[in-house]
Ligand binder design. Structure first.
Ligand code: F6P
Length: 342
């Protein structure tokens, strides 16, 4: 049995832990061979491969990023994309393909499995934690820890200068990183894409925090928008992959707060720091378990499936479930944590 492995979409901490678990169990328990495809779907599209054996995965467990490289290449948008992929998989004599990715990468895997009979198994990943079929994705815990540490640090400098500190975290469509890190870091305001915010209310929370002689921390997810904000933030653009490139809500918010309340305000944009570096223990644990279960799907010939976390157990779900919708922050949860605002 020869198994291809690829990592697609934005990278996240824990990808190497999955790859390592797949290869170690596959080689040591099942005697399989592996081939790594470089840069997500670009690998099978262009027959761009890399050696993937026990020595290639040695020492990678704590390393961030992915030894296979990643990209947002979508073969469904390429000329003859599907045909080129199936031809290259045949050329590489691949019997099964494990795709590790978010909704786009897994969406392609689902289609290849469903419509073209390609034997695919999916492993869900994203720091955004917005895939519906799994309770958690690996990468998320690390991102939350990084954002929480940043918020802790920003509290002390905000207090020293009695100024507002706005922290912009990742989360284009969902506010999972914002609500988890904001709550853990004791933020005074948490703004998420799921709930357009009222700027007057934000300024009132900021003012009430100053009244109790504390400096406010405002956590804002990059995709959060004020009510009617489509007009204000009109310079969001799309990149060549069709993803919206967001235009600095954090900077905009700090300026507005300053203008409306008269308080000094600064912004910290955490950006790709949240995706880089070594994975947390939880993410290594989850990623390793996903890898061990993914290679078992291959052994069982259980294709068109994806591994997922449900409670504390790893289950198999249809690969189609990965791309069907995104998992948003429920209004009840947002309301529950709102007790700390102001
Ligand atoms: O999908 C994960 C994510 O980290 C989003 O939260 C963020 O908006 C996006 O990736 C950034 O992507 P890129 O690295 O392509 O700019």
């Amino acid at each position: 049995m020869r198994v291809g492995v690829l990592t697609g979409g934005g990278d996240c901490p824990g990808l190497n832990a999955v790859i390592r678990a797949i290869v170690r169990k596959g080689v040591q328990e099942y005697g399989y061979d592996f081939v790594g495809f470089r840069d997500g779907w670009r690998g099978p599209l262009e027959n761009y491969t890399v050696r993937l054996d026990i020595s290639a995965v040695r020492g990678i467990l704590p390393r961030g990023g992915t030894i296979l490289g990643s990209s947002r290449t979508n073969p469904l948008r390429e000329d003859n994309g599907i045909r080129r992929i199936t031809e290259n998989l045949a050329k590489q004599e691949v019997d099964a393909l494990i795709a590790i990715g978010g909704e786009d990468t897994l969406g392609v895997a689902a289609r290849l499995a469903r419509e073209h009979g390609v034997p695919c198994v999916g492993v869900p990943k994203t720091i955004d934690n917005d895939l519906p079929a799994t309770d958690y994705t690996f990468g998320f815990d690390t991102a939350v820890n990084i954002a929480t540490e940043a918020i802790d640090r920003l509290h002390t400098t905000a207090e020293s200068h009695m100024r507002v500190l706005v922290v912009e975290v990742m989360g284009r469509h969902t506010g999972w990183i914002a609500v988890h890190s904001g709550l853990a870091g004791g933020a005074n305001v948490i703004l998420i894409p799921e709930q357009p915010f009222d700027l007057d209310q934000v300024c009132a929370w900021v003012a009430s925090r100053f009244q109790s002689s504390y400096a406010p921390i405002v956590v804002v997810a990059e995709g959060a928008r004020p009510r009617g904000g489509e007009l204000i933030l009109k310079d969001d653009t799309r990149d060549s992959f069709g993803h919206v490139r967001l235009s600095g809500i954090g900077e905009w918010l700090a300026k507005e707060i300053e203008r409306r309340t008269g308080n000094d305000a600064r912004t910290t944009v955490l950006g790709h720091v949240q995706r880089g570096g070594t994975p947390s223990a939880f993410d290594r644990w989850l990623a390793t378990r996903f890898g061990l279960h993914a290679i078992d799907c291959v052994r069982d010939g259980d294709f068109g499936t994806m591994v997922a976390l449900r409670g504390t157990g790893i289950v198999r779900v249809p690969l189609d479930a990965a791309a069907e919708r995104i998992k948003t922050v429920p209004p009840e949860l947002y309301e529950e944590i709102g007790v700390f605002f102001g």
